[in-house]
Design a protein around this ligand. Structure first.
Ligand SMILES: [Zn+2]
Length: 54
């Protein structure tokens, strides 16, 4: 069963506090893909990722 669920994802940068709202896909194991790479402040690993079901 390959089911992906579209979801809205809020990403908050832990470095500068910037928030991004993206559309992502939730995979089978709760992993969320957004394609988000890095923040404006060059931070690419310290994020708080909050998926929200639409
Ligand atoms: Zn940032």
């Amino acid at each position: 069963m390959l089911k992906t669920q579209r979801t809205k994802v809020t990403i908050r940068c832990n470095e500068c506090g910037e928030k991004f709202t993206l559309r992502g896909r939730r995979g089978p194991e709760g992993h969320v893909e957004t394609g988000f790479k890095r923040c404006l402040c060059d931070n690419d690993r310290h994020f708080e990722v909050v998926p929200e079901d639409i």
